[in-house]
Write a protein that binds this ligand. Sequence first.
Ligand SMILES: [Zn+2]
Length: 110
Amino acid sequence: MIAAGAIALSSLSVVAHANRLRAFTPADIPNDVSVPPTDPVVGVGRDREEEQDMSEKSPKVTDPVCGMTVDPAKAAASIEHAGRTYYFCSKHCAATFAAKPESFASAAVS
Ligand SMILES: [Zn+2]
């Protein structure tokens, strides 16, 4: 009988809490529910179009010094090293490469 009374009391207090929560905080629940939905689908289509446009216009190469993508036709500088031509976004990167080409060339290959 004691245990049953305790259960009855605790369930009474749960109901009381639930009633209080309902009265006090209707706004907390929608925050959790409304986080996930819809954004990602829109971005993917755009990215794909941009990539196709760029690859049709001209092949890009990577500046081995700074890692920037460079258009060979518009590169600020180019250097031939070990039978391969490297393109650079700036004279500064070209000079850096020229000072120590083997370190950048090996990095670009791998
Ligand atoms: Zn660069």
